[in-house]
Ligand binder design. Structure first.
Ligand code: KG4
Ligand code: ZN
Length: 367
């Protein structure tokens, strides 16, 4: 396993009333990252990350070119207990010092969710603390408020291996879904494309690297959904078109690979930009805000430099201000889960120990 540890600290106002401040242990096991973190904070002010540990299962899944659910669940079991102990140790706390335990209970791979949930609920029971069942998508959406005092409402673009969504965050537990994918998630399309071209796993960073040397105009790939009303995404047609292009060309030279990667990346970025523009106009039309509306990007694909530059220009021209949390908080992590726990504790929203995993859990169901 690759082990990375991130500790980012934002200092809080010394005059924060202690009653509204919560310290929460967060657990994340919904996909292929085993993560535990401790976050302290008061909603409305940036939080303080006391520890933030992530174990990526990259090496376990690499031979298969994608995440294998059974392997992921077993790896979570092997590592979660010691990761939680390390997160507490790094924060210089014991379980008795935290106000609540929060674990991702969906959406995600059911085996991994069960490992995180059972661990979180057991710790809550043993320490007699409240338990918070966190929606993984809400945790991504609320990260903007962990890193900065981002006021509601704001627009969120979540682009990861599992999700492509545009949503308006109106409040904790209150989200309007503006668009989602009709088939593959954008990160999944990057991963499958990379696998097809033999560029390795995870696909996104490798496609980006090859695209740097390629000609994005050489292959005329489709821009699914572009020009249509609304903000839904679709990536299956793009993926299929690329497969046909690559199959026709085989065997591929290095120039072919670079051009195909660049053409794919340009098509994906065009589509995301078009869908996001529609979401911005919808939100702007319904808003009476004078100044720029916050626009938050999250998920691994948001680390793509070309996409980020496009989104930055788009935000400026549409009257939005782009906030991108630092990369370790954009990809899957437990600090975002702990922070969702802080936000939930502040509104008195906790869950019983009979809470089960929810592999499918749309954000709209939270309202
Ligand atoms: O958010 P994340 O770490 O995990 C979840 O899927 O929840 O996102 C991982 C995804 C993978 O599909 C990966 O290929 C993609 O994000 N990704 C990228 C880049 N870095 C990671 N896609 C395009 N360009 C990148 N630079
Ligand atoms: Zn995620």
């Amino acid at each position: 396993m690759d082990s990375t540890s991130t500790a980012m600290t934002n200092h809080m106002d010394a005059h924060t009333p202690t009653a509204a401040r919560f310290t929460v242990l967060g657990i994340e096991t919904s996909c292929d990252e085993t993560a535990a973190a401790i976050v302290r904070g008061t909603p409305g002010q940036p939080g303080e990350i006391l520890s933030n540990l992530v174990l990526s299962q990259f090496d376990e899944h690499a031979p298969y070119g994608g995440v294998v659910p059974e392997i992921a669940a077993r790896a979570h079991i092997d590592h979660l207990d010691s990761l939680v102990a390390s997160a507490l140790r790094e924060a210089n706390l014991t379980l008795a010092d935290v106000d609540a335990i929060a674990a991702t209970s969906g959406p995600g791979l059911v085996g991994g969710l069960m490992v995180g949930l059972v661990t979180g609920k057991s710790l809550a029971f043993a320490a007699d603390k409240p338990f918070v069942a966190v929606n993984h998508l809400e945790a991504h959406a609320l990260t903007a408020r962990l890193v900065a005092a981002t006021p509601f409402p704001y627009l969120v673009l979540l682009v990861s291996g599992g999700h492509s969504q545009l949503l308006e965050a109106c409040g904790v537990g209150d989200y309007i879904l503006l668009g989602t994918t009709l088939d593959d998630a954008v990160g999944e399309a990057f991963d499958k494309t990379a696998k097809l071209m033999g560029l390795g796993y995870p696909g996104g960073p490798n496609v980006e690297k090859w695209a740097l040397k390629g000609d994005p105009t050489r292959f005329d790939l489709p821009r699914p959904m572009k020009g249509r009303p609304g903000s839904d995404f679709s990536f299956a047609g793009l993926k299929t078109a690329l497969r046909q292009t690559v199959t026709k060309l085989a065997p591929l030279t290095e120039t072919d690979l670079a051009d195909a990667a660049a053409s794919f990346q340009a098509a994906a970025a065009d589509t995301i930009e078009d869908r996001t523009r529609n979401a911005m106009r919808t939100m702007r039309d319904a808003s009476d805000a004078d100044g720029p509306i916050p626009f938050v990007v999250a998920g691994g694909v948001a680390s793509n430099k070309m996409l980020r530059a496009r989104l930055e220009d788009l935000a400026t021209s549409e009257g939005f201000s782009l906030t991108a949390p630092p990369l370790p908080l954009c990809t899957d992590n437990a600090a975002m889960v702990a922070w969702a726990g802080v936000e939930r504790m502040a509104i008195g929203s906790t869950d019983g120990l009979n809470t089960g995993p929810r592999p499918r859990w749309p954000l709209a169901d939270l309202s």
